[in-house]
Design a binder for this molecule. Structure first.
Ligand code: UD1
Ligand code: CA
Length: 475
């Protein structure tokens, strides 16, 4: 089989604008969509489509945007170009010219505000160019309400003749429903040669990238690729941001549903791109799965649970309103309701963590339980341990953290205060209400509380004394 050598591909993602319509101090492209900045998505899709280098044009709050993009795409790498003043989209593309010096091939140009764009769409635009002799292909979509978008005007013979921006459009042009999606694939040599000829003679006094269409139509030709309107719609204000979040989440949910996950209400489900969920797992409404959370098969995630970078192994149950971060929940374990697992919580198979229990940087062995109102921090707990209600590992002395070690089969009675560093030997018992400051040998009973004293008949004597006092006052 002979595989055609494909034209090299680079990409430019425009992200220098402030996004005034968002009405926020935060730059538009840094608003969060499914745990990542808006601009991450077009950048990631360009990388997925095989583009390299990918140049992100930054300007407004450049340093902040650069740092956020670099962190979001890591370990992949992108380049940055700075557009000092935001003089328009053509001017923004020119800012990337130096970063692409010497590059020959196709250049994809994407808007940093289109989080729903897919790799397939990028490839469709690229294929439209490859399938013609045109120097430029761009994506168009049909919108019921085209307000705000550039309208695509076709030549009498059919090809695109120009794109006219809303503010420059005549009434009959405004009536056009085919709009520019803001996604282009251009031959590099054509791009640099032609951008120099774009001027700012328009209503906004900006250098419009859309002028490339007319310049290509007059010369080497332009073609359009039709794309779905949901995908290519940009985020320009808060309402569109919220719609983009729902649409992207719905896309992730659909993929999970197709893979055999039961999501009871996909409209009340939040999840990030890299979350994995096994088949036969049930996700109740209002669950939020963040970062690189991985859930196994046959699990149940209860209503309102928020899991961040957490691993839930097969058959585990995470009950409602559990909050977990960088934790591991072993196979068949049960957590919650209202449990909190902090980074480093590592629960073995069949472990039970109940309501109002907080676990930090602690390991619990197979079948161990802490069912109520407990704090476990910096603890290593063996198998088959019972931690009674209200137990606290006192791991912090105001300066340093100290470890608690609890051996297999230990029974810790309710309300035990374990002052670390401390080791409780295998099979030992800790009496309820004990405050322990020293190690307990294996198999021992540790009693760390005051001896109880019962004063017989004390209440009756009290009542008699009170009565006598009251009688005296009445006289
Ligand atoms: C642009 C198109 C319009 C199209 C629409 C699709 C132009 C002139 N118009 O309009 O035809 O229908 O996208 O969404 O291109 N940016 C810079 N530097 C600048 C100006 C903008 O980096 O000087 C960036 C913005 O940060 C944004 C992107 O370019 O990510 C698009 O800019 P925006 O102002 O949103 O363009 P639209 O008015 O939506
Ligand atoms: Ca836009």
């Amino acid at each position: 089989m002979v595989t055609a050598r494909r034209t090299p591909l680079a990409a430019i993602v425009l992200a220098a604008g402030q996004g005034t319509r968002m009405k926020t101090r935060r730059p538009k492209v840094l608003h969060e969509v499914c745990g990542r900045p808006l601009v991450y998505y077009p950048v990631r899709r360009a990388l997925d489509a095989g583009a390299g280098p990918v140049v992100v044009v930054v300007g407004h709050e450049a340093e902040q945007v650069e740092a956020a993009v670099a962190a979001a795409v890591a370990p992949a790498r992108v380049e940055f170009a700075v557009q000092g003043k935001q003089l328009g989209t053509a001017h923004a593309v020119l800012a990337a010219r130096k970063a692409l010096a010497g590059f020959e091939g196709d250049v994809l140009i994407l808007s940093g505000d289109t989080p729903l764009i897919t790799r397939e769409t990028l490839e469709a635009v690229r294929a439209a160019k490859a399938g013609s002799k045109a120097a430029l292909a761009f994506a168009t979509m049909h919108l019921e309400n085209p307000t705000g978008y550039g309208r695509v005007v076709h030549a009498p013979h059919g090809g695109p003749a120009l794109v006219v921006e809303e503010k420059d459009a005549a009434a009959e042009e405004r009536a056009i429903h085919e709009v520019n999606a803001g996604l282009y694939c251009a031959d590099a040599a054509f791009l640099w040669e032609t951008l120099g000829r774009v001027d700012a003679k328009n209503a906004k006094r900006e250098f419009y990238l859309t002028d490339l269409v007319a310049l290509a139509a007059e010369g080497p030709g332009a073609v359009t690729a039709h794309v779905s309107s949901v995908e290519a719609s940009g985020v320009n204000d808060q309402e569109e941001l919220s719609l983009a979040v729902r649409a992207l989440t719905r896309r992730f949910a659909t993929a999970h549903l197709k893979a055999g996950v039961t999501i009871e209400d996909p409209e009340r489900f939040d999840c990030d791109e890299e979350v994995a969920i096994g088949a036969d797992t049930v996700v109740e409404p209002g669950v939020r799965l963040r970062g690189r959370t991985r859930i196994g098969e046959g699990c149940r995630v209860g209503q309102g649970a928020i899991l961040t970078d957490t691993v839930v192994e097969d058959g585990a149950a995470v009950k409602p309103y559990t909050v977990a971060e960088e934790a591991r929940i072993g196979p068949g374990a049960q957590v919650g309701p209202f449990a909190r697992l902090r980074p480093g919580a590592d629960l073995g198979p069949q472990v039970k963590i109940g309501n109002f229990v907080e676990v930090k940087k602690s390991r619990l062995g197979k079948g161990s339980k802490a069912n109520h109102l407990t704090y476990l921090g910096d603890a290593t707990i063996g198998e088959g341990v019972n931690v009674g209600c209200g137990t606290v590992t006192c791991n912090y002395d105001g300066e340093r953290k100290h470890p608690t070690v609890i051996g297999d089969g230990v029974f810790v009675g309710s309300d035990a205060i374990l002052v670390a560093p401390i080791t409780i030997g295998e099979g030992a018992y800790v009496a309820a209400g004990s405050t322990l400051t020293a190690d307990v040998p294996p198999g021992a009973l540790a009693l760390g509380r005051a001896h109880q004293v019962n004063k017989e008949g004390w209440a009756e004597r009290l009542h008699r004394a009170r009565k006598a006092r009251a009688g005296k006052r009445r006289k």
